[in-house]
Design a protein around this ligand. Structure first.
Ligand SMILES: Cc1ncc(COP(=O)(O)O)c(C=O)c1O
Length: 464
C-alpha cells in the first residue's frame, strides 16, 4: 500500500521545460501599454533583468537550471507525490487519485520555485530591490524569502482585503526582511488615484500590480517581480510536472487528467505543461484548470488583448480577461482574484488543448475539509479548487463506471487561512455568483480600445 513517491536531491530537474517551441500556434505579440507597439527587450529592461527577458521569449525547449538555483530548490525539492488513498476512500471512488504537494516549501506553496530563480537572476544583474504585488500573501512571502536568500530588499504591495484577512502572511514577509503595504496605498500615483475614487477599495491583484510596476519603473535600483502569468514564471514552475512525471512512473501509473487551480496560471502550467508535451506526442491526457466562479477568466472571460494591470502600466497581452479594471469579490482564495490569465494558458484553452472549470468557494471548502479529514493536509483556499475538481472527476468516473487516474497539484497549505475555515464552519462564507454586470461594465470600457490594439497587433505577429 504505497502512499508516497519520493525522489532524491540529485533528481531535482536539471532543465526547465519551455513550452514555447511546442505551441500549436504562435503566441500573440506583447504590446507596449503606451505606444501599443510590440514590446522590445529594451522596453522591458526597466522592469526585468535581461536573463529573465531572454527566458520570456526563448525558443529553446530545455533551459538549464543554474546550480545556485538547484541548491536553493533542494531545501524543499523534489516535493513528494502522494497517492490519496484516504481521500479516495472518503469519496468512495474506484479512481486512483494522486497529488503533488507544494506546501513543504519555506513559504508553504509553489511560489518559491520561481521566487528563488527570479531573485537569483536579479541579484546577478546587480539589482538592489524588488517590488511586487501579492494577493493572499503567498507570492509576497515567497519573494521575501527568495530576496533574503540572494541579498535583495523586497517591497510588497498586498491586496488590502488579504492584508486585513491574513495578518500572519505579513508577519512572514517581515520576518524575511520585506516591507509590506496594503494596496491601494498612498505610496504611488495610481494607488492615490484609486483611493480618491474609491476610498474603501478592497484592492485587487490588478491594482497591486500597477503599484509595484510604478514603484519599479520610477526607481533605478529597483526591478519588478511577478509571481505568475508570464512565460518565465511558468517556465520555473515546470519542475513540478517534470518531477511528477518521474514519480508517476515510480507508481506505475499515468494520469488520465492533470488538474491545477488557476489564478494567473503558474501552478497549473507547472504541473500540466510537461504532460502537455506528452499530449502533443500522442498521449491521451486531459489538462484541467480550476478557477473561482466569482473570477472566471478562463470559463467566462473574452480572449482578447488587455492590460495586465488596472492602471494600464503593465504590457498588453492576449489573454482570457474579465477587463483590467474589474475588481473581483473578496473570496478567501485571494491568489485567484486576477482579472486575466497567462497568455500561454489562454492560447491553449483557445486551441482546445486545456479545459477549464469554475467553482463557488463553499463547495471548494467542503472538499478541502473532506481532504483534511482523510489526508491530513489543510489546503490553501486556492488549492481547494483543485481538490474540488479532482473530487468531481472521480465522481463522474464512478457514474460512468470508469476507473480514472487523477493527478492534481496541491499548490499550498492553508495554515494562515484558518480564519476562512472558521468562517466556513460558522456558515458565514458567502458564495458569490458570476458578477456579470461588473464584468460587462469593465469589458465595455475595454472594447473600444480592443479594435485599435488588435489592428496594430496584426502587423506584428513575430515580435516575441
Ligand atoms: C497556494 C496558491 N495556489 C495557487 C495560486 C494561484 O496562482 P497561480 O495560478 O499563478 O498558480 C496562488 C496564488 O497566490 C496560491 O497562493
Amino acid at each position: 500500500m504505497k502512499t508516497k513517491y519520493l525522489l532524491s536531491d540529485e533528481q531535482i530537474p536539471r532543465h526547465w521545460y519551455n513550452v514555447l517551441p511546442d505551441l500549436p500556434a504562435p503566441p500573440a505579440p506583447v504590446l507596449h501599454p503606451a505606444t501599443l507597439k510590440p514590446v522590445t527587450p529594451d522596453d522591458l529592461a526597466p522592469l526585468f533583468p535581461m536573463a529573465l527577458i531572454e527566458q520570456e521569449v526563448s525558443m529553446q525547449r530545455e533551459i538549464p537550471i543554474p546550480d545556485e538555483i538547484r541548491e536553493a530548490l533542494a531545501r524543499w525539492r523534489p516535493s513528494p507525490l502522494y497517492r490519496a488513498r484516504g481521500f479516495e476512500k472518503a469519496i468512495g471512488t474506484r479512481s486512483r487519485i494522486y497529488y503533488k504537494y507544494e506546501g513543504l516549501s519555506p513559504a508553504g506553496s509553489h511560489k518559491p520555485n520561481t521566487a528563488v530563480a527570479q531573485a537569483f537572476y536579479n541579484a546577478k544583474a546587480g539589482v538592489r530591490r524588488l517590488a511586487t504585488e501579492t494577493g493572499a500573501g503567498q507570492w509576497g512571502s515567497a519573494l521575501a524569502y527568495g530576496g533574503q536568500l540572494f541579498g535583495l530588499q523586497v517591497t510588497v504591495y498586498m491586496v488590502r482585503v488579504s492584508y486585513e484577512q491574513k495578518p500572519y502572511r505579513r508577519s512572514m514577509m517581515h520576518t524575511w526582511g520585506a516591507e509590506v503595504f496594503p494596496s491601494p496605498s498612498d505610496r504611488t500615483n495610481c494607488g492615490r488615484a484609486i483611493l480618491r475614487e474609491t476610498p474603501s477599495s478592497t484592492g485587487s491583484l490588478g491594482i497591486a500590480i500597477s503599484e509595484a510596476v510604478e514603484d519599479a519603473a520610477t526607481h533605478d535600483d529597483t526591478k519588478y517581480a511577478l509571481g505568475s502569468v508570464l512565460n518565465h514564471v511558468i517556465l520555473h514552475q515546470t519542475v513540478i510536472g517534470l518531477e511528477a512525471q518521474e514519480q508517476m512512473k515510480m507508481a506505475g501509473d499515468y494520469p488520465d487528467v492533470v488538474i491545477g487551480c488557476h489564478g494567473g496560471g503558474s501552478n497549473f502550467s507547472g504541473i500540466a505543461f510537461p504532460f502537455l508535451r506528452d499530449k502533443l506526442h500522442g498521449k491521451s491526457v486531459r489538462l484541467l484548470a480550476a478557477e473561482p466562479a466569482s473570477c472566471p477568466s478562463l470559463t467566462k472571460g473574452t480572449y482578447t488583448f488587455d492590460y495586465g494591470d488596472t492602471a494600464r502600466m503593465a504590457p498588453i497581452v492576449k489573454m482570457h480577461t474579465l477587463g483590467h479594471d474589474f475588481v473581483p469579490p473578496g473570496i478567501h482564495a485571494g491568489g485567484l482574484r486576477y482579472h486575466g490569465a497567462s497568455p500561454l494558458v489562454s492560447l491553449l484553452v483557445d486551441q482546445g488543448l486545456v479545459q477549464a472549470v469554475a467553482f463557488m468557494q463553499r463547495p471548494c471548502f467542503e472538499s478541502a475539509v473532506l481532504f483534511a479529514r482523510s489526508e491530513g493536509i489543510i489546503a490553501a483556499p486556492e488549492s481547494s479548487h483543485a481538490i474540488r475538481a479532482a473530487l468531481e472527476e472521480a465522481k463522474r468516473a464512478d457514474e460512468e463506471g470508469k476507473e480514472r487516474v487523477i493527478l492534481f497539484n496541491l499548490s499550498g497549505h492553508g495554515h494562515f487561512d484558518l480564519a476562512a475555515y472558521d468562517a466556513y464552519f460558522a456558515g458565514k462564507l458567502e458564495d458569490f455568483d458570476y458578477p456579470r454586470e461588473a464584468v460587462e461594465r469593465s469589458m465595455a470600457k475595454l472594447r473600444w480600445r480592443c479594435n485599435a490594439i488588435a489592428a496594430r497587433a496584426r502587423g506584428a505577429r513575430t515580435s516575441r
